[in-house]
Design a protein around this ligand. Structure first.
Ligand SMILES: [Fe+2]
Length: 322
């Protein structure tokens, strides 16, 4: 991967100065918009049919990965998470029939609500890259992005204040995958971190990150529940939407946006929508691997080690106050 990244860096340096300047400003978080849609990327020659099972495709070439790593250069390093797709760096996103209704990137028939990527993780990615290899043939799948500044502009000062307080318990037991507590699967009986949603660096254990996933968060007071609902509604009002087409790549700043996806119709016949995803983090850990690895599966311990508030909070089915 280190060599791959060196070669991709040469490709990045071959981009125009104006393009590199924009990407660098976006990486620094200083562009007016926190997302970027890149068009007219190279074709994917001999792209096989979209897979219909499993978690990854065998394409026989690495052109898509090369494009993604080249554009990632100013943004940080590709990042793998032990629990995400067996720790792979590049994720093939396509609909799977058995997950059509799941809250999952493999779904199709459900609306994937607003969220920040890996909202529950102490080290979520700073940026999310979605390279579209094949568009949804029916053109129904719509990706939405809302800037956090546009959300807060629609909220009252007291709602913003609520969202900055550590009043939101992460529903760790409801995450997909195999996160652990004391070496075994997390259950609803386990204590869990209670964090702010909006950036706040004065709360112990908080890290100034924006973390949002109403479907997997339990507000611990009625006012906190109302503020989270207001933020979700504000995200809908201020949404920017688009349909990913082949040869495009969407980059979103995960530090200052939420994103969502509309339902669409999957045929499971090789023609379905197919994205390739990579998560990118700025934080440098001195790695010379050319990527970051996030191997810890003990989320509660990781948050406790950071001084976050850990409490036993009952899970609520409707996402309202427990
Ligand atoms: Fe996502």
């Amino acid at each position: 991967m280190a060599q791959f990244r060196r070669e991709a860096t040469d490709a990045y340096l071959g981009l125009s100065a104006a393009t590199r300047d924009y990407l660098e400003r976006m990486a620094a978080g200083t562009t007016a918009r926190p997302e970027l849609l890149i068009r007219n990327l190279p074709d994917m020659p001999d792209l096989p049919p979209t897979p219909t099972v499993g978690q990854m495709a065998v394409t026989g070439n690495t052109r898509s990965e090369f494009i993604q790593v080249a554009f990632s250069v100013p943004f940080g390093l590709p990042t793998s998470y032990a629990d995400q797709r067996d720790g792979r760096l590049f994720h093939d996103i396509y609909p799977i029939e058995k997950n059509a209704l799941a809250v999952s990137s493999q779904s199709s028939q459900v609306h994937l609500g607003f969220h920040t990527e890996m909202f529950f993780h102490p080290d979520p990615p700073d940026f999310l890259f979605l390279h579209c290899l094949r568009a949804d043939p029916a053109g129904l799948a719509e990706t939405g992005v809302t800037a956090v500044d546009d959300i807060t502009a629609l909220l009252t000062p007291s709602e913003i204040d609520e969202l900055r307080r550590p009043l939101f318990a992460l529903d760790l037991a409801n995450l997909h995958g195999a996160y652990l507590h004391g070496g075994r699967r997390i259950t609803e009986a386990d204590p869990r971190p209670v964090l702010p949603i909006l950036p706040n660096t004065t709360t112990p254990g908080a890290d100034g990150r924006f973390r949002f996933e109403p479907g997997l968060t339990t507000p611990t007071t009625t006012a906190a529940a109302a503020a989270m609902k207001a933020a979700d509604e504000a995200a809908e009002k201020a949404i920017v939407t688009g349909k990913l087409e082949a040869r495009t790549m969407l980059i979103v700043d995960n530090r200052r946006t939420v994103h969502s996806r509309s339902p669409f119709v999957a045929a499971y016949d090789g023609t379905d929508r197919w994205l390739r995803r990579v998560m990118v983090s700025k934080l440098s850990d001195g790695s010379d691997l050319g990527f970051h690895e996030r191997l810890d599966l003990e989320m509660c311990r990781a948050w406790r080690d950071r001084g976050a508030l850990i409490r036993s909070v009952a899970y609520s089915k409707d996402g309202g106050a427990a």
